[in-house]
Design a protein around this ligand. Structure first.
Ligand code: HEC
Ligand code: HEC
Length: 79
């Protein structure tokens, strides 16, 4: 019996991590300006607070864009 409880506990850990990671990717358009931007600093050049296309107030505060954003896969750009 103990073994089963332990087994279930082990299963719960990755599941919880998976759920709180919110495994959700928000795609951005695979246009030139987005495909050229390969790092956060480039993104912030347009989407920083005082730039031309700031993110909304409700946007999550983290600045590691690529955790959550990826170019939309299209047949052709190899993804
Ligand atoms: C040269 C300016 C520029 C750069 C650099 C840029 N963006 Fe954008 N981004 C835009 C514009 C303009 C839009 C408006 C939507 C569109 O183009 O259709 C947009 C839209 C978006 C959207 C919303 C897409 C949607 O469907 O609502 C996301 C997410 C995004 N950008 C993320 C990023 C990330 C991440 C980077 C860095 C890899 C980045 N952007 C770099 C200009 C830029
Ligand atoms: C923790 C996840 C996460 C990270 C990290 C993240 N974003 Fe987002 N982003 C989101 C979510 C969620 C949305 C809202 C999508 C929706 O509601 O349509 C969003 C939306 C956007 C939009 C559309 C406008 C808006 O504010 O809703 C832009 C532009 C954008 N993000 C750019 C960026 C850039 C640039 C970075 C890096 C500096 C970044 N994001 C980092 C999760 C994230």
């Amino acid at each position: 019996m103990k073994g089963i409880a332990y087994f279930l506990l082990i299963l719960t850990v990755p599941l919880t991590l998976y759920l709180i990671s919110g495994d959700k990717v928000i795609y951005y358009p695979p246009d030139e300006q987005h495909l050229e931007a390969q790092e956060e600093l480039a993104c912030l050049g347009c989407h920083g607070d005082d730039e031309a296309y700031p993110r909304l107030d409700k946007h999550p505060p983290k600045d590691e864009c690529f955790i959550c954003h990826k170019p939309k896969p299209t047949p052709g750009n190899g993804q």
